[in-house]
Write a protein that binds this ligand. Structure first.
Ligand SMILES: CC(=O)SCCNC(=O)CCNC(=O)[C@H](O)C(C)(C)COP(=O)(O)OP(=O)(O)OC[C@H]1O[C@@H](n2cnc3c(N)ncnc32)[C@H](O)[C@@H]1OP(=O)(O)O
Ligand SMILES: CC(C)C(=O)C(=O)O
Length: 560
């Protein structure tokens, strides 16, 4: 076997921290959310969004409830600049929403950024420079002090431009970019210098954003780093600790959640995890994780289908069908045992203690995020009787009794196995009709008249019902008149006598389909012959007695 070159990689160092407190914490309220869809999400797209698309996306983010939205990198391009101006000049920013703009710590870019936000009521200027060992060495070729100087000079310029603008609505965020590749003591040193330069105080807090620019470790190590940082930062009340997690190891959501437990106040993320490389922390997942624990996420994802549609249209990105909460298949069960449990859980749900959601395999109610129950159970060769019965009942009101479910499931399974594809509910309904209801061969009931003595009260054992039938088989046509304690009993007696097929009714069930005066009745039957053969049938008619007789003929027609 060829060996992978794992020795090319080194393990990420752990954090020297004792008595860590975060493992014992739980998240009981939503963090301050900041959307980075229009910046980090946008800069990672093969075709970045146009101004119009950014406006649409911005309005979507506002409607979801984001109060802080990073709208772009205005000094990067004419589109980015024009978008910021459009938001401000056309007054598209609600009063309770703060826009955020990103800039490198370079003078001409910072100045251009201030031009872009001129006139904004509330704005966060977000300054970053990479502090990681690797980038210090290979990108900037600068030592620790020189890199710190970039941050300090950039901060000083932002401070000066804010003061000159006289705009008290401008706030400041600093990111020691590539924090995950930066020594903790050095990141702290740079952040302290930035705080001093800004003059951070409890009255004018700055946001210190500690990004997992590249996700390099398990989430617990990141959480240790955040707890260490929160413990060691001076004037904790002068800063808001923010996190911005990328998903290189596939654990960005866990990273952000554990970081909040470790003390982070604020979380940056993007819808459906859009963003550089493997994406940003998926804010839909984190918010709905809170929601599923009974915590108000303070973001509204009650119409995920609309959010998905706008997102796809603006970004031209897809959402994986397995993406938690938002993927198209995440509320769908194909497999038999899941379907059975879901179907039983849905029936029991109204009785759940305290009205709490408790349906197996469905961590949240799909309706809470704007999805319907239609797709919960879908049928293919992995499905079982519970699922087949569930879709027929839900879509067509056909409540196949438990004792007959395996029989029909076998029919469905045979088709699913042969075709190898998923069966639609319409196909399953058609199969049910073809297999039971429409069967006319080898026996056809050509005529059937039912009469009974109109006596009150009727006695169960009294043979007061008379039936007259004309029956066609392959061999012959015959008629009979028989009596019984009801139409079905009379039919069975007459048919057995005339045909010589000796059977009895072992199981029987019936119900109405639909509620109006024109409702139909459906009957299900299981018959057993004296020679050991067993068969199931179903019949539909506006007359319940006829439905039961048709069901019997259906079962006779299906005798092996
Ligand atoms: C982790 C992140 O996502 S950070 C955000 C990244 N986003 C983007 O880069 C999208 C928008 N960026 C752009 O359009 C461009 O990079 C611009 C317009 C901002 C700048 O463009 P340019 O100056 O032409 O090119 P470029 O970004 O390659 O500049 C690199 C130079 O800036 C320096 N630099 C890079 N980042 C920073 C920073 N944060 N602060 C200060 N200097 C920086 C580099 O060291 C390099 O310096 P050198 O020329 O002396 O070698
Ligand atoms: C600018 C910073 C916050 C960033 O995008 C990152 O580190 O990923």
């Amino acid at each position: 076997m060829k060996k992978m070159k794992y020795r090319k990689y080194a393990a990420y160092p752990s954090v020297a921290i004792t008595a860590r407190s975060w493992p014992d914490k739980s998240i009981t309220k939503a963090p301050i959310w900041c959307s980075v869809d229009l910046r980090d999400g946008n800069q990672a797209l093969p075709v970045p969004m146009s101004v119009e698309e950014k406006v649409t996306m911005f309005q979507l983010l506002v409607s979801i409830g984001f109060k802080e939205i990073e709208v772009g990198f205005p000094s990067a391009s004419a589109t980015e600049f024009a978008f910021a101006r459009r938001l401000i000049e056309e007054r598209l920013i609600p009063d309770d929403v703060t826009i955020q703009v990103l800039t490198q710590a370079r003078e001409h870019l910072i100045r251009k950024t201030f031009d872009a936000i001129s006139g904004a009521k509330h704005a966060i200027v977000h300054l970053y420079n990479s502090t990681s060992t690797l980038q210090r060495d290979v990108v900037f070729r600068k030592n620790r002090e020189e890199i710190k100087a970039i941050a300090v000079e950039g901060t000083a310029l932002v401070r000066r431009l804010k003061d000159e603008s006289g705009n008290a609505g401008i706030r400041f965020e600093y990111s020691p970019e590539s924090f995950t590749g930066t020594e903790l003591d050095y990141a702290l040193d740079v952040c302290h210098a930035v705080m001093d330069t800004w003059g951070a105080s409890a009255d004018e807090k700055i946001i210190l954003n500690l990004p997992s620019t590249v996700e390099m470790s398990q989430p617990n190590i990141y959480a240790d780093r955040i707890e260490w940082f929160c413990r060691n930062i001076k004037a904790r009340d002068a800063v808001l600790i923010s996190v911005h997690a990328h998903n290189d190891r596939g654990t960005a959501v866990a990273t952000a959640e554990l970081a909040v437990m470790a003390g982070a106040d604020r979380v940056e993320g993007a819808l459906f995890g859009n963003g550089e490389r493997c994406g940003n922390m998926d804010v839909v997942i984190m918010a709905l994780n809170l929601f599923s624990q009974g915590v108000d996420p303070e973001l509204d994802f009650s119409d995920l289908p609309r959010i998905r549609e706008v997102y796809r249209r603006c970004t031209r990105m897809d959402i994986h069908p397995r993406n938690p909460y938002s993927g198209e298949l995440v509320y769908t069960a194909f497999s038999g045992s899941h379907q059975d449990a879901i179907s039983k859980g849905m029936k029991a749900q109204p009785l759940s203690p305290g009205g709490l959601w408790a349906v197996p395999y469905l961590p949240i109610d799909p309706q809470d995020v704007g999805c319907n129950y239609e797709a919960i159970v879908r049928i293919n060769s992995q499905s079982g009787k519970g699922g087949v019965a569930y879709v027929l009942e839900k879509e067509y009101g056909i409540q196949i009794p438990k004792w007959m479910q395996p029989d029909f499931a076998e029919v469905v399974q045979a088709v699913a196995d042969t075709t190898g594809v998923e069966l639609s509910v319409e196909q399953i309904h058609d199969l049910f009709h073809a297999e039971y209801v429409k069967l006319r061969q080898p026996i056809t009931l050509k005529k059937c008249q039912i009469s009974w003595d109109d006596e009150e009260p009727r006695r169960q054992d009294e043979e007061d019902t008379t039936i007259s039938c004309i029956v066609q088989t392959r061999e012959k046509e015959f008629n009979f008149t028989a009596q019984g304690n009801g139409p079905l009993d009379a039919f069975v007696k007459g048919f057995v006598r005339e045909s010589g097929v000796d059977f009895s009714v072992d199981e029987y069930a019936e119900h109405a389909i639909g509620r109006s005066a024109g409702a139909l009745a459906i009957a299900y039957i299981k018959i057993g012959c004296t020679d050991g053969r067993v068969s199931f049938g179903a019949g539909i008619d506006s007359n319940i007695s006829l439905a039961s007789i048709k069901a019997t003929v259906s079962a006779l027609n299906r005798l092996p």
